[in-house]
Write a protein that binds this ligand. Sequence first.
Ligand SMILES: Cc1cc2nc3c(=O)[nH]c(=O)nc-3n(C[C@H](O)[C@H](O)[C@H](O)COP(=O)(O)OP(=O)(O)OC[C@H]3O[C@@H](n4cnc5c(N)ncnc54)[C@H](O)[C@@H]3O)c2cc1C
Length: 423
Amino acid sequence: MSRPRHRAVIIGGGFAGLYAAKALRRAPVDLTVIDKRNFHLFQPLLYQVATGGLSPGDIAAPLRAALRRQRNTEVVLGEVTDLDVTNRKVLLSDGSALDYDSLILATGARHSYFDHPEWEAKAPGLKTIEDATEIRRRILYAFEAAERSASTAERQEWLTFVIIGAGPTGVELAGAIGEIANRTLREEFRRIRPEEAHILLLDASPRVLPVYPEDLSHKAERSLIRLGVRTRSGVRVAGINDTGVTIHTGQSEEHITTHTIFWAAGVQASSMGRILANRTSVPLDRASRVMVSPDLTIPGHPEIFAVGDLAHLEHDGKPVPGVAPAAMQMGRYAARAILARINGSPAPGPFRYVGKGNLAVIGRAAAVADFGAIHISGYLAWLAWLFIHLMYIVGFQNRVLVFIQWGFHYFTFHRGARLITGK
Ligand SMILES: Cc1cc2nc3c(=O)[nH]c(=O)nc-3n(C[C@H](O)[C@H](O)[C@H](O)COP(=O)(O)OP(=O)(O)OC[C@H]3O[C@@H](n4cnc5c(N)ncnc54)[C@H](O)[C@@H]3O)c2cc1C
């Protein structure tokens, strides 16, 4: 009697899960990819949806379509709520269960509000398509409300935008709002001048893009200033309520009155980290990421891998960063390790992250790029950003659509997806 095929299950169809699945396309396994959404989301371009530059469908690809040619792969739309590691079962919210021989956990991360979950409703973060359309609604609605304001003070409140967190997402969001105010909406209103908007980018660090080299941080800041963004470093958020945000600046406290606040400050691993810790006693870091072994498995469970934003691994004395290339590399590595076991070949050596550099875009035709010894900024960095993002968007149609829209946007400043939707 022939032995049953090896059953591999991947939870999460983000960068890590999708690249792991693709690396197993010719493997002699029965592979199941489970995701609570039916699409792979290209998160690096979420801010473009949030600012009306692209539509949600441009940056998402149905998982079934992305994996349709993989005969050994089944896609399941479902939310995983628990694991039975003794009997090797994945448990779903609809009460069903899936057996596995190897399991790859790739459920990513979400926002952290530093023990203030109540801030989320007032200051949404950017992680999902719904977050992006909600942020888009708030930005566009603020200009509409300002136009109909009864007093100067009220208008000022609506025209004040606060972004908390000056990492790449905060910088990109602030730059794009600056561009909307100064270029896109120009001449569209009759009572307000959108270019009078106050766009504030706050961070506790002494400079924007704190993980970038200092010269690039300064260049990014200059580009932001050109777009009308005011950066304030060394400030801590003390409170967020209906009237705005309260900040600590050294010894003093200040309240910024606004209706429009966005959160781009903290990251926390998905709840799967906690579930895994409860079931296996694997330690978690402060952001609830799973402390994996150098081969990305869980101590005592060589059949379970945790990869991408969910995993914490020290590499060259620093944690592997929570970026898309790291997630892809981890996903591919886990797939290679599973294949080696099935084939009885030696396991790959410990996971090694190959850094691809860091890129952040600040409006149209301006970006900063840190490629280790090489730092570039301005138009050249923007072209590099454009090329790399187009290369990695999943789906040929998306690539073409995004390219055309960027071309149009570049020459006209037009943003075609300026829809106010939702409540
Ligand atoms: C706004 C933003 C901008 C970014 N910009 C960049 C950038 O410019 N460059 C860069 O390199 N990186 C960027 N990143 C980071 C990058 O997107 C992440 O590092 C990467 O997505 C991590 O991949 P992942 O597969 O670990 O997780 P994700 O891509 O988040 O995928 C996780 C998947 O798991 C699914 N899932 C979660 N829980 C469950 C569950 N219980 N059951 C079933 N499915 C589940 C989710 O639906 C999702 O599809 C950005 C991130 C954000 C949010």
